[in-house]
Design a protein around this ligand. Structure first.
Ligand SMILES: [Mn+2]
Length: 432
């Protein structure tokens, strides 16, 4: 069966219940999850239903939380695949729209729609928002404007525009709600700002970029776009050299930007949703997706704060040597909400983290003696057979914790007392 067919059944299931049914929507707390849940909410509202939406973390008691509410109909977006068996307790129809790895079979009250079931690569070709978009189209073929939010979700999960994701982008372009244009990855009102603020790529040692820019004889306070051709060339070749020294091998200075008719720069929307998720303001993120202007304005401030914090933590990590095991690297952070981003950026841009091994960030939570774990790998490692989601799940479960995710990015949680045991197990799981 194809995804498009499977979501028809889900659409029919929703349409079979009375219109005064209140649909309980649960999304996952990241940009993709917020976009996915919002797509569902908009589509469900357009179909004439009331809804109640919440963005949740993947916590062990997630199903217990929802169970207490006495719901009539539940839709989970970008979350739910690791709770299938427990969902039987909800004793109402449940639709799960997801792309994360799963272990259990779905009980009879759960319609389980996961990209992985339909020949799609859940880390590249379809994310939670993609599956939510497919569901929205099943409810009404005119929902193609929601491709804008789906593209934000796709960018949030760092997926490609392949597989079903390609179709979504093509839908958006064909309907005139999305425009593509080539743009520089470096952005800012001045060269100095662009280099110091950049996270992707991240430049080490640029807490001040002034010496670097002055050495090249370039103006500090002119935006990149206003440099002449020779100046741009000089700058980009110097920066390329710098990134090569950092061990970065995949360098691109231009990228495709996606402009949404309703939402504007979709990469910027993604960045705002990420910031909202990280600062426990997911409701504001939903507000942005639902078109609330005030949410959009407030999110701008949170976004700045988020990027500042990441930069601050990266400047610290620059000075650190990671701990090394046979099959992975790890470091400690006191910012659990940033740990995934930090693991990803350090793997991509810090020379001492480039050993061909995945990177794990461990965040110790003092209040409940747990450790939150986030990990990132790269394409080459995954092509060689690495599966972080699997390895982390097994290692965490062996010490009474939980974990999971994708081959290239995964998260988990363990008891602090069993940290050493976990680190050993993890090395075994990641080994050949
Ligand atoms: Mn996702």
């Amino acid at each position: 069966m194809k995804l498009e067919e499977a979501v028809q059944y889900a659409g029919d299931l929703l349409k079979s219940v009375p219109k005064n049914t209140r649909v309980r929507i649960i999304g996952h707390v990241d940009a993709d999850g917020i976009a996915a849940a919002s797509i569902v909410a908009i589509a469900v509202a357009r179909a004439g239903f009331r809804f109640h939406i919440s963005i949740k973390r993947t916590e062990p008691d997630l199903v217990d939380q929802i169970k207490k509410e006495k719901n009539e109909f539940v839709i989970c977006a970008d979350i739910g695949s690791s709770y299938l068996a427990q969902m039987e307790q909800l004793s109402c129809p449940v639709i799960v729209l997801d792309h994360h790895q799963y272990e259990e079979d779905a009980p009879s009250n759960v319609m389980f729609i996961n990209a992985l079931l339909y020949g799609l690569d859940g880390s590249k070709e379809a994310c939670g928002s993609s599956v939510a978009y497919a569901f929205a189209l099943a409810l009404d073929e005119h929902n193609t404007d929601l491709s804008q939010l789906a593209v934000s979700g796709i960018l949030g999960d760092k997926q490609r525009f392949d597989g079903y994701n390609r179709k979504i982008l093509e839908d958006g372009i064909a309907k005139g709600v999305i425009d593509e244009q080539e743009e520089y990855v470096l952005r800012g009102n001045s060269l100095k700002e662009a280099l110091e603020n950049s996270l992707e790529p991240y430049f080490s040692g640029f807490s001040s970029a002034t010496p670097f820019i002055e050495r090249l004889g370039l103006p500090l306070h002119v935006p990149l776009e206003e440099l002449d051709d020779a100046q741009q060339k000089k700058l980009l070749s110097a920066l390329t050299l710098k990134l090569l020294e950092q061990g970065v091998d995949n360098i691109e200075w231009k990228t495709i930007g996606y402009h949404g008719k309703k939402y504007g720069d979709l990469r910027d929307i993604t960045s705002k949703l990420n910031a909202c998720a990280r600062f426990n303001e997911a409701g504001m993120g939903v507000g942005i997706c639902l078109g609330d202007e005030a949410s959009l304005k407030k999110a701008h401030m949170i976004q700045e704060r988020y990027r500042d914090e990441i930069r601050k933590e990266m400047r610290k990590l620059e000075q650190e040597e990671p701990h090394e095991r046979s099959h992975y690297l790890y470091f400690y952070t006191d910012k659990p909400s940033l740990s995934g981003v930090l693991a990803g950026l350090s793997l991509a841009y810090l020379p001492q983290f480039k050993k061909g091994k995945p990177v794990f960030a461990l965040a110790v939570r003092n209040r409940d003696s747990l450790i939150d774990i986030s990990s990132r790998a790269d394409d080459a490692m995954v092509e060689q057979g690495l599966n972080l989601g699997e390895a982390l799940r097994r290692a965490a479960e062996k010490v009474g914790g939980m974990g999971g995710g994708h081959p290239i990015a995964a998260g988990g949680r363990i008891d602090r007392k069993r940290e050493q045991e976990f680190l050993e197990e993890l090395d075994r799981e990641l080994g050949p």
